[in-house]
Design a protein around this ligand. Sequence first.
Ligand code: NAD
Length: 492
Amino acid sequence: MTTPIEPITGRKYRLLIDGRWQDASTAETFERRNPADGSLVATCPLATREDVDLAIAAARRAFDGGVWPQTGAKERSGLLRATADALRRESDYLTRLLVSEVGKTVREASVEVHMTADVFDYYAGLALDLRGDAISDYVPDTLGLVLKEPVGVVGIITPWNYPLQLAAWKIAPALAVGCTIVIKPSQFTPASTYELGRILLEAGAPPGVVNVVTGKAAVVGERIAASEAVDKVSFTGSTETGRRIMQLAASNVKKISLELGGKSPNIVFADADLDAAVPNALIGVYVNAGQICQAGSRLLLDRKIHDDFLDRFLKFTAALRVGNPADPQTQMGPLVSEGQLERVASYVAAGKEEGAKLVRGGARLGGEPYDRGHFFEPTVFDEARSGMRIAQEEIFGPVLSVITFEDADEALRIANETMYGLAAAIWSKDIDKVMRLVRGIKAGSVWVNSYHGSRIPHMPFGGYKQSGIGRELGREGLEPFLETKSVQIKFA
Ligand code: NAD
C-alpha cells in the first residue's frame, strides 16, 4: 500500500455509563486535534465529578449485584474473545483512528490494534483456567482452601502513547476475573478508548460492567483515584502522576498497580552483531517518535566500537523518513502535542548546556508537511555522561543519549544508575557476560540481542524501582485484580 490512508475527522462521542451513551451533565466538551495537521478528530464530553460518580456507581451495582462476578467463566471468556474478533474485523478503521489521534505511523497503529486483539484473546484463554489452591493434609482434621476472588470495581487510568494496547492490558484481565471497570483515557486519546468501550458493549458486556469517562485529569482522574467506592486503581503514566495516584488512593487504602516511566539502557558490547544491533537501536529509541515508556533512550556503547557504531547509526538516522503519519512510507510521525514538543526541545537545550555533543537533529521540523503539526528531528547526543539530565530523566521523545563504557562492570553500574528500572537490552555473544548483566540489571524486562523483544502476551511487564508497582500481562497480570481468601474447613 503506498497511498496515504484517510484520516478520521469530526467524530463525536458521549460518556459510556451503565450501558448507555450520555452527555456530560454540563454538556461541556473538549476537542482532540490531529497532531500532524491540526484537523479535528473528535469532540468528547468533559465529565464532572458527579458524572464520574455515576459511572462508579454503575460499576458498583454491576459488581455488588453479581451481574459480572457471578457470570460463568465461559461467558466472561466469550466476551473477551468476541472483543478480540471485533478488533481484528475493525482493524482498518481503528488503525486510521490511532494514526489520526496519536500521530502513529500506519504500521505502528496497525501493530497496536492487532496486539490489543492478541491480549484479549490471551486473557479469554486464562479466564477459563482461573484456579485457587487446596492444602489437604498438613493437619488431619482441616482442609485449607485458597480462593481467588475479583477485587471489585477497578478504576483504570491510561496514557496517550498506546491507548488501545495499554487499556487492554488492564481491561482484559480485570474482566476475565469478574471485576467491573471505569476507565479514563488521556485527554489526547479519548476516541480510541470510546471505540473500545463500544466494541465491548457490542460484544455483550452487560450494563455497568464497562464504563468510559473523559475529561480533565484533575477532575475525572483524581475522582477515580480518590473515590471510596473504587476498590482498585490500575494506572499507567508518568512517575510524577503515579506518586499523586498513590496519595489519592490512600483514602480507602485502595489496591494500586502503577506502570510508570523509564530511562532504559541499550548496552552494546564490542563482540555484538552490529549489523543487527545498529538498526534495532534505531527502533529502540525512535519507535512511536520516542514516546514509549521502554524507549532505549540511553545507548551504552563499548568504547572499542563507539566510532563505528555511531557512524552507522547516524547514517540510518539520516535516512529515517519523518512526516505525515497517514502515508504508509513514513517511519516516524509527529509528537502528540505542542506541549510534548516543547518538553523535548527543553531537554535538547539542557543537553547542550550540560556539555553533551549534539551530533544529529535537535530542532523542530518546519516547512511542508511539518508546519501544521508537532514534528521534531530524530536527535542524537554523543558524549553524554550518566549524571546529565538527558541521561537521567525521561524525555519521551526522539532523543538518544550515547554514553561510552570501558568494561562490563562499568556498563552495569551506568545501567542501574537511574531512579527507573523498566527495561534493558544487552548485545553480546559472550554468554557469561550476558548472564552477569541479566542478573545484575534492575529492570522488569531484559532483552538479549534485541531491543523491545517479540510480542508475547505471556511475558509479565512492569518496573523495578520508580518504574512502578506490580506487573501486567502473563498470568501475573491477573493477580492485581484478585483478592485471596483463606478458608479452613474443620471436620471430625
Ligand atoms: P501522565 O502521567 O501525564 O497521564 C497519564 C494519565 O493520568 C492520563 O490519563 C492523565 O489524564 C491522568 N492524570 C494526570 N494527572 C492526574 C491526576 N492528578 N490524577 C489522576 N489522573 C491523572 O502521562 P502521559 O503523558 O499520558 O503518558 C506518558 C507517561 O506514561 C510517560 O512517563 C511514560 O513512561 C508512561 N508510560 C508508562 C508505561 C508503562 O507501562 N510503564 C507505558 C506507557 C506510558
